[in-house]
Design a protein around this ligand. Structure first.
Ligand code: FAD
Length: 400
């Protein structure tokens, strides 16, 4: 066994980065060094942001400080954004401080939101992607309640986060009903998906039928297979020329890879996502692993309007576990490699609709699947609430 001390650097500390750091520590013990780099010390549980605009969750409920956990695990933490990587010389450059050298690098920098992709998106649509953005959306919702009108939720062309779009749509519907605004505030869903519940993955079980039923039951109007030309103060202009009226618009924009990836020539594709093998290792730089939303996942099928693949929390953590095992195998010069293609990771998701929901369970993220179940009902809402509590408790205790 090789006992030379190695330095593993993990960049990013949310679903993928946090899991990778804790897994690596558990497997490597104190024989090697682990450093985590991130611009924030807060872990953010994105799935609960769908409740944030309505005051159902606050920052303290859905974030935790990673610093005491890293400290107790003897993992070094540097709170600074990486600006770029020198892949030939094994260095991570930071916005402040000296570059950090590595023997192995895990890139878990997730996604950046492309608010400039469509005119008016930044000014006239609201976002739930981050605490700051969701706080502004909460303020806009309060104003909207004083002066209600039509509302819309938009899955912008190129996005891959359709689950969040449906959840904020159905939660907005639920809140409108609670505030007796069903008549005053017609709700429209606009999406680049070719049909309801396509999700960027060609659909899932009978989700399309169920979504269509819910749209009809709740009187939600919809436009599918469309792109947005412009967001306006009082509506959304589509590529068909139609203008959908809305005075409260929530948009899920398309994602790019993190800026530090886009700043590093030869690392990612034009969008800033990084191609890897089924072992999550970079094909050229073998000491570099990439996990989570930073990974480039090819679309399983062509769509007329651009759609992205949802790289959700569970697969992000699974990728991190595979990468961690392979780094340990590399360090210990073990012959075994671990592989788990993205398409074959289990599909496990809960889509909340306010007081109900759907549990989405399948053996594979992408088709072909042998098993795919949609379990609708009020228990799905409570399952999401319970999962949030379970997730926050376990992760705060370094159980990944
Ligand atoms: C509103 C919303 C709702 C969602 N709901 C669900 C859901 O219900 N279920 C589900 O499974 N998934 C859901 N997702 C998707 C889920 O959040 C992502 O799959 C997950 O966040 C990906 O994890 P990640 O660690 O790869 O990336 P991220 O969570 O984006 O983490 C990236 C990390 O990298 C750090 N970082 C970024 N840039 C730099 C830099 N330059 N230098 C150093 N560090 C950097 C960030 O600070 C962060 O710590 C949702 C997403 C959104 C936006």
């Amino acid at each position: 066994m090789n006992t030379e001390r190695k330095h593993v650097v993990v960049v990013g500390t949310n679903f993928a980065g946090y899991t990778a750091a804790i897994e690596l520590k558990e497997m490597l013990g104190n024989h090697h060094d682990i450093t985590v780099i991130s611009p924030t010390h807060k872990f953010l549980f994105y799935p609960s942001l769908i409740w944030f605009p309505f005051g159902i969750r606050d920052e303290k409920d859905i974030t935790f400080d990673v610093r005491p956990i890293y400290q107790s695990h003897d993992i070094k933490f540097i709170e600074a954004p990486a600006t770029h990587f020198d892949l030939e010389n094994h260095k991570v450059f930071l916005a402040q401080g000296d570059p950090v050298e590595y023997d192995y690098l895990v890139i878990a920098t997730g996604f950046a939101v492309d608010y400039d992709y469509v005119p008016g998106l930044r000014e006239h649509a609201h976002s739930i992607i981050g605490i700051k953005q969701a706080t502004r959306t909460r303020e806009a919702w309060q104003k909207f309640l004083q002066n209600p009108g039509p509302a819309a939720v938009v899955s912008v062309q190129g996005t891959g986060c359709f689950g969040a779009s449906y959840e904020i749509l159905f939660n907005t519907r639920y809140q409108l009903a609670k505030h007796h605004l069903k008549e005053k505030s017609p709700l429209t869903y606009i999406s680049s998906e070719p049909y309801p519940a396509h999700f960027g993955i060609g659909g899932f079980g009978n989700a399309q039928k169920m979504c269509e039923m819910l749209f009809k039951f709740y009187h939600i109007d919809s436009r599918f297979n469309v792109s947005v030309k412009e967001f306006l103060p009082d509506g959304i202009l589509l590529d068909t020329g139609e203008k959908i009226p809305s005075v409260f618009t929530v948009a899920i924009p398309r994602f790019l890879g993190a800026e530090c990836v886009r700043n590093t020539p030869g690392l990612g594709n034009a969008m800033g996502f990084i191609e890897v093998g089924n072992d999550y290792r970079h094909p050229k730089y073998h000491e570099v692993y990439v996990v989570g939303a930073a990974v480039d996942v090819k679309l399983p099928e062509h769509t007329d309007k651009p759609c992205g693949v949802p790289k959700t929390g569970y697969p992000s953590e699974q990728m991190a576990k595979i990468a961690a095992k392979n780094i340990v195998a590399d360090i210990k010069k073990l012959p075994k490699r671990y592989e788990l293609p993205f398409a074959e990771i289990n599909a496990l998701c809960i889509m909340d609709t306010g007081n109900m929901g759907m549990m989405i369970v399948g053996d594979h993220m992408l088709t072909p699947r042998e098993h795919e179940f949609i379990i609708p009902g009020p228990e799905a809402h409570w399952a999401k609430v319970a999962f949030e509590k379970y997730f926050m408790f376990t992760r705060k205790h370094a159980i990944v």
